[in-house]
Design a protein around this ligand. Structure first.
Ligand code: SAH
Ligand code: SF4
Length: 406
């Protein structure tokens, strides 16, 4: 058995044994870093550099089957397969394409031991579970404001952004969010989080290093409540896939212990951070985001202060405009004061609330959105209005609930 011998080398592999115990075979290589892959090779009686070849094949060349990894000897591939190993990268099972070019994917994940049996959960088809990932060819302005400009003319997408999920469902229970309705089904593994990105890069033939892509961890789930797997995925994406953490943004609802851990991450693997503020004060925030009762605004801001920002880096405050609830002129003035009080270099991303079935809020009026934006700008707060993307295919912020109707 290759499995147990490798487990001693890295905690990343413990889950694999759990998988194989549950199903007796299928162990994904995707999700293991170079070090773990090298340990696997050594356990198979091969030189360690075979691990780097494997990493190159699955993360850089994006080969999705052992059969086609011809840099490795056939006999080795056959032995790995006989031991139950497979590339095991998450697969795009379904794509919904918006009139604005946005694409929403249902990405298949197979982790049998973690499968949920929620009644009526249509995301599970014959033991296969799906999560959502979104491709926005021109971004949604949410990634803007880092001081950089779109490069390269002539490509149909120049500022593409991939929106990545970190959990199936979410436990946080924000009142305006459709994902909250699912509750937390389970955490995604590092391979499942990074795999969404690699599957989408592959679909669009993105040349990493040449073409610019932004990642936002703003899909389903709360990344900081799946901290270890989320950060392991970021390390894979940086070190194995070759993406820059400066083009990644993780959004959190304000999980203070998570932000504090994040502040300790080395800059070479630390994404930028966005905080879902969503209200002008604690009273309203506790209404719309009950998590605020546990970690109020000041506690979140204190934790954020611990992050050592890079030159020109800003903290993003996301602000969902709920019609009549958070979009009034007095709220804008309060947000401006709040932002100034933090003393942090910030920008505010406004998001007009996207409606969803059974969510009891109203969309803000376009005039209210414009007035809110103008009021912040007049106070000297850098402010961006996020353009709704893929609303027609339920791909917009807060609409990710695995709507199969598309
Ligand atoms: N859980 C993380 C990241 C995913 S949500 C977080 O909450 O930050 C990403 C963003 O979408 C958050 O800023 C959230 O406030 C926003 N959002 C959620 N539901 C929304 C909706 N229905 N319309 C617009 N934005 C929404
Ligand atoms: Fe979870 Fe974010 Fe939705 Fe809140 S807004 S329920 S934290 S996904």
């Amino acid at each position: 058995m290759l499995g147990p011998a490798v487990t001693a080398h890295t905690s990343q592999l413990i889950r694999l044994d759990a998988n194989s115990a549950a199903e007796g075979s299928r162990k994904p290589l995707f999700g293991l870093d170079s070090e773990a892959l090298s340990a696997l090779m050594v356990a198979a009686g091969e030189p360690a550099w075979r691990g780097r070849q494997m990493s190159e094949a699955i993360y850089r060349q994006r080969l999705a089957e052992l059969d086609v990894i011809t840099t490795l000897p056939l006999t080795l591939r056959q032995r790995l397969a006989a031991e139950g190993w497979e590339v095991g990268r998450p697969r795009i099972a379904q794509a919904f394409i918006s009139t604005d070019g946005t694409e929403r994917y249902l990405v298949e994940c197979r982790t049998p031991e973690a499968r949920t049996e929620a009644p009526g959960d249509r995301s599970i088809v014959a033991g296969v579970e799906t999560v959502e990932t979104v491709w926005m060819p021109e971004g949604d302005e949410g990634e803007a404001g880092d001081g950089s400009e779109p490069e390269e003319a002539g490509k149909s997408w120049q500022r593409a952004t991939i929106c990545v999920s970190s959990q199936v469902g979410c436990a946080v229970n924000c009142q305006f969010c459709l994902t909250a309705k699912l509750g937390l089904q389970r955490n995604l593994t590092a391979g499942e989080i990074a795999g969404q990105v690699v599957a989408v890069l592959d679909r669009h033939g993105v040349e990493v290093g040449k073409e610019r892509v932004n990642l936002v961890f703003m899909g389903m789930g709360e990344p900081f409540l799946n901290y270890d797997n989320f950060m392991a995925a970021v390390r894979l994406l940086v070190k194995e896939v070759g993406l820059s953490p400066q083009r990644m943004t993780v959004s959190t609802s304000g999980i203070v212990p998570g932000i504090e851990r994040f502040a300790e991450e080395p800059p070479e693997v630390r994404p930028k951070v966005a905080i879902s503020l969503n209200a002008p004060n604690d009273a309203i925030r506790s209404e719309v985001m009950p998590i605020n009762r546990k970690w109020p605004i000041e506690a979140v801001v204190d934790a954020v202060r611990k992050i050592r920002l890079r030159p020109r880096e800003r903290i993003t405050f996301e602000y969902v405009l709920l019609g009549g609830v958070t979009d009034r002129p007095e709220h804008a003035a309060e947000v401006a004061r709040l932002v100034r009080r933090t003393g942090l270099p910030v920008k505010v991303n406004l998001i007009a609330w996207n409606p969803g079935p059974g969510v009891p809020y109203a969309m803000p009026k376009p005039e209210a959105v414009e007035a809110f934006k103008r009021a912040l700008a007049a106070e000297g707060v850098p402010v961006y209005l996020r353009r709704p993307r893929g609303r027609d295919i339920f791909a917009a912020c807060g609409q990710l609930k695995r709507t199969v109707e598309g």
